[in-house]
Ligand binder design. Structure first.
Ligand code: NAP
Length: 487
């Protein structure tokens, strides 16, 4: 099976913040891999822009260094790196001042797609949008790409949307959530809407519950200052886990087009019930005993009495015809036992067991693994082989992408590769619309306001565990349990 690579139109991509961490770790390696795959037309150009003084050759060396450090993840022909470097140039620009803007404007090609990646802090989004217009660089077909965090509450998200809307139409704004660019996440839509098998069962009548877990083994590390102002709710639930929830729970869109898909996702967010305090468990990791490399959360942040959560588990309810009565359990946290991202759709028991109680309880579970080892697994019940009567066991029908695609698995683009190429193609399906982001904050805000007003403190949990005890109880009291987070 050979993956098809369709070259995108010629483009000028300006990366504001082209010397920053995100550019080095994600954006530039992703562009390089697409270049290697032959997806960039010869006229494609990438222009780094930031305040640091550098010339084109300086930037090319900077990018070579970044690619060395963060890996290309792809075997390339000799000379490909030199070819990629020829697409690169650099302009010293101050987002808040006048420096560099005329030079940048003069550099832009006429008649090609223009994309501007705002890989800078959100406080600069307005300045950049305004100057792109002031210097005549943005035309009706230009696109801007903005990164998370998109606001820290509804008011700030609205203000950001308003600022961007002064200069760009919604159809020009690409709000990235890299979870949406993952191969498995898109496969989730293919599986749901491309097969007859699943959709008839995809509702409260047949689904007992759904679990979404995003577990990390790392702590907040050097990001303590940023993270402590955010916490797991703002950093993970409001965006990444909410997007996964939407794709699982949405109605089939009439067609696979950006607004049809995003309309359906928006309806899910609007149908979410408020969550009572007893359905939320927040936690903070403790130090790993005897390992000075793994201090506790409070040692990573400036405020020794911080009540910010590094873990959260919640039980959500969606009030609509499809999902009434099926709980969605979400959990995410740092310094947990393993690094796992997965969605598990747990189907109900058969209405009657013809095999009697000794056959035990068996359930079909569809697991969508985002990491590690992206793929899907469907647990089915079969007879245990051999003599001795009808004993049942659960076996997985496993579809690992790496195994299914063989050597072609290397060719599957990662999230940033796909999303940046979608920007150039002008396809917004995998990007969040402004109203979606606002609706997610409108649901999130009262929950955060609630625990802040009550002064709730997060429950400490052991480093390397599955999170606080109460998170386990959240499911136990419903007669269910979390899937194991494997080390
Ligand atoms: P960073 O390492 O601090 O980089 C910021 C970039 O902005 C640098 O290139 C900096 O270069 C440039 N910059 C700062 N002030 C500027 C100004 N006045 N004019 C022009 N350029 C300016 O930040 P980052 O980690 O790359 O993050 C960038 C954005 O992505 C942020 O919104 C962040 O929240 C988001 N994000 C980052 C990650 C990640 O993994 N790093 C993940 C998700 C989202 P100079 O100092 O040379 O100007």
């Amino acid at each position: 099976m050979v993956s098809r690579v369709i070259p995108v139109d010629e483009f000028d991509l300006v990366i504001f913040g082209g010397t920053g961490d995100l550019a080095r770790r994600k954006i530039l390696p992703a562009l390089f891999r697409r270049f290697c795959a032959g997806q960039m037309e010869p006229g494609a150009r990438i222009i780094g822009a930031a305040r640091s003084e550098m010339d084109d050759d300086g930037y090319r060396n900077f990018v070579r260094e970044a690619l060395r450090e963060f890996g290309t993840g792809r075997s390339c022909e000799e000379g490909t790196l030199d070819g990629f470097c020829e697409t690169l140039s650099y302009v010293t620009v101050d987002a808040r001042g006048t420096q560099g803007w005329k030079e940048l404007a003069a550099k832009m090609k006429i008649g090609v797609v223009r994309a501007f990646y705002f890989s800078v802090g959100p406080s600069l989004f307005g300045d950049l949008a305004e100057r792109l217009h002031q210097y005549g660089m943005a035309d009706a077909d230009s696109r801007i790409v903005v990164e998370k965090p998109f606001g820290r509450d509804l008011a700030t998200a609205r203000a950001l949307n308003h600022t961007l809307a002064l200069h760009f139409d919604e159809g020009q704004i690409y709000r990235i959530d890299h979870y949406l660019g993952k191969e498995t996440v898109q496969n989730l839509m293919a599986v749901r809407f491309g097969n007859m098998l699943f959709e008839p069962l995809w509702n409260a009548q047949y689904v007992d519950h759904i679990q979404i877990t995003v577990a990390e083994t790392v702590g907040v590390g050097g990001r303590g200052e940023y993270y402590d102002r955010s916490g797991a709710m703002r950093d993970m639930i409001q965006n990444h886990l909410m997007q996964l929830l939407c794709l699982i729970a949405m109605e089939p869109p009439a067609k696979f087009d950006p607004d049809a898909v995003r309309d359906e996702k928006l309806k899910v967010i609007r149908a979410l019930d408020p969550v009572p305090p007893e359905d939320i468990v927040r936690g903070q990791y403790l130090a790993e005993p005897d390992d000075p490399e793994k201090p506790g959360y409070l040692e990573h942040v400036d405020n020794p009495r911080s009540k910010t959560e590094s873990f959260i588990a919640m039980r959500l309810a969606i009030s609509n015809w499809r999902w009434k009565g099926t709980p969605f359990y979400l959990r995410t946290g740092k310094r947990l036992r393993g690094r796992t991202s997965e969605i598990a759709v747990v189907f109900k028991d058969t209405p009657h067991s013809i095999f009697g109680p000794e056959a035990g309880r068996h359930r079909n579970i569809l697991t969508i693994r985002l990491q590690p080892n992206e793929g899907m697994e469907l647990g089915v019940t079969i007879k245990e082989p051999g003599p001795g009567g009808m004993r049942l066991i659960d076996v997985p029908l496993d579809m690992s992408f790496a195994e299914a695609l063989g050597p072609d698995a290397e060719e599957v683009p990662d999230a940033y590769e796909r999303l940046i190429m979608d920007v150039v193609r002008g396809n917004q399906t995998l990007f969040m619309r402004g109203d979606e982001v606002e609706a997610a904050w409108a649901w999130t805000d009262p929950l955060i306001d609630g625990w802040e007003a009550r002064g709730d403190a997060p429950e400490p949990y052991e480093s390397g565990s599955s999170g606080p005890e109460d998170a386990l109880m959240l499911m136990h009291r419903d007669g269910r349990r979390w899937r194991e987070i494997r080390a």
